[in-house]
Design a protein around this ligand. Structure first.
Ligand code: AMP
Ligand code: ZN
Length: 471
């Protein structure tokens, strides 16, 4: 398996830190819960979901942590404006995050640590103390504590930045003059009146942690000093992940992350989808337009994670069509298996299932190529089925293959249609009537089936049942 590592800017062979253990530790930066996440954020979570599921298909046991940033400038401002306590303000967006993630079938991480949990605040305070002791951090006149980037020679390596080019990041407090270097970032932000009752005691006075130290502390607490994979969107590379490396390695002296994977942005009209630009949609926005979570999952999944993806309604319709082709294909295969060869003797066409889908994912998660193979296979098998040349053993083999790749894709229809017993029985009776060319009875039975809410169509593959009203 190979991945593009942002750190080296190269495709690298994947080998976890402890290969024999068969486990992979994975940290993925989660939502900042100051508003409902938009589907751009979910592109990142879906890419991470694909990565986890593919690692699992390849038999790794993935230990995944996704943090919840529930204290930062934006959450504090939101709580203040809503005139509610911070925890109450963030709770609604945490819930919304899980609700939306479930709709998109994103597998839950093993842990979702929240930054305000006392356990992690203590760890953050410990780490900051350690960084000060090592000369890597200092308390400035404004009482905040900053990381001293000049003392960490590797600072800038992940982002491939020259220190002299550093600009202010916007996520630090505004009084830049207290800092030794414009690129020094806040580890601990001294309390001020705007923070209200959001504060924790520390050796440097009351305050709250900076955003970057939250992830270092939560990752190290739950996954140890060194982890295999760390992900996020490309906007996380600098300063967030660069700062995480400086903090974690500054404390331990050990390499923090083996593989850094970042996904390109979801765009709208060529621009990043972002709250600040107002060009965003949430999951409920998309569902309100009549699309399903599955369709949105597919739309966000189908393009290689390192390629920017433009969000359009046309793209949503294409996704719907692609899924329709998968559904129809699965329906035909299942039908053949159900009938068996006894009823439908066919020439024994060997299935030609290739391992291409999985090898494409081994190649830096090349989902576009993987889906290409899937649709090629669908075309081929459909042709064989059209010519009545696919036997039930082959159909079973294709379904088994689908079940395997679907552990990664998770694209089965929303609800499996369950046909009531009574309807099945009437359909069987109708089949018999048709064999006997008793058309009157056949029509009567059709009406009875219809009265029970089902539509029966006669196709060259036999009768097809659909719930009335469904297309
Ligand atoms: P945030 O809640 O801003 O910390 O972002 C959560 C995750 O979403 C991070 O991994 C970001 O890099 C990612 N992200 C934000 N905007 C986009 C976008 N338009 N496309 C893809 N990922 C994004
Ligand atoms: Zn993070």
């Amino acid at each position: 398996m190979r991945f593009f590592n942002t750190f080296s800017r190269n495709i690298e062979e994947f080998e976890p830190r402890v290969p024999a253990a068969g486990t992979v530790s994975m940290y993925t930066c989660g939502p900042t819960v100051y508003s409902r996440a938009h589907i751009g954020n979910f592109r990142a979570y879906i890419f991470e979901d694909l990565l986890q599921r593919h690692l699992e298909l390849r038999r790794y046991k993935v230990h995944r942590v996704t943090n919840i940033t529930d204290v930062d400038d934006k959450t504090i401002r939101g709580a203040r404006e809503a005139k509610v306590p911070l925890a109450k303000f963030t709770e609604q967006f945490k819930e919304a995050f899980f609700e939306d993630a479930d709709k998109l079938r994103i597998k839950r991480a093993d842990e979702f640590p929240a930054a305000t949990d006392r356990r992690y605040i203590d760890r953050m305070i410990d780490m900051i103390g350690e960084l000060i002791a090592r000369g890597l951090a200092y308390q400035a006149d404004d009482k905040s504590v900053y990381f001293r980037i000049k003392k960490f020679p590797d600072y800038g390596r992940l982002a491939h930045f020259d220190l002299t080019q550093l600009q202010s990041t916007g996520r630090v407090k505004h009084d830049e003059y207290d800092k030794e270097h414009i690129g020094d970032f806040a580890l601990w932000k001294a309390w001020d009146a705007e923070d209200g009752d959001v504060k924790w005691d520390s050796p440097w006075g009351p305050g709250r942690p900076g955003w970057h130290i939250e992830c270092s502390a939560m990752s190290m607490t739950l996954l140890g000093d060194q982890i295999d994979i760390h992900c996020g969107g490309v906007d996380n590379i600098f300063p967030h992940h660069e700062a995480e490396i400086a903090q974690s390695e500054g404390v331990t002296g050990k390499k923090f992350v083996r593989y850094w994977l970042h996904c390109a942005h979801l765009l709208v009209d060529g621009q990043k989808m972002a709250k600040s630009l107002g060009n965003f949609y949430t999951v409920p926005d998309v569902l309100a337009k009549g699309y399903t979570g599955r369709e949105l999952r597919y739309a966000l999944l189908r393009v290689h994670y390192r390629v920017p993806l433009n969000f359009t309604w046309e793209g949503m319709n294409e996704s719907r069509e692609s899924l329709g082709r998968i559904d129809e294909w699965l329906g035909r295969l299942r039908e053949i298996v159900k009938r068996g060869n006894a009823q439908r003797p066919t020439p024994n066409v060997q299935s030609s299932i290739q391992p291409d889908f999985e090898s494409a994912l081994d190649d830096d998660l090349n989902i576009s190529a993987a889906l290409g193979f899937l649709f090629e296979s669908i075309r081929e098998t459909n042709r064989a089925m059209d010519e009545n040349k696919l036997d039930s053993a082959s159909a079973t083999a294709w379904l088994d293959w689908w079940n395997r790749i679907n552990t990664v894709l998770d694209l089965e229809p929303e609800t499996q249609v369950v046909v009531p017993q009574e309807v099945t029985q009437l359909t069987e009776e109708r089949e018999k009537a048709r064999c006997e060319k008793n058309w009157k009875r056949s029509d009567e039975l059709r009406d009875r089936i219809s009265a029970l809410g089902w539509e029966v169509r006669d196709t060259k593959d036999g009768q097809k049942l659909t719930p009335r009203g469904a297309s």
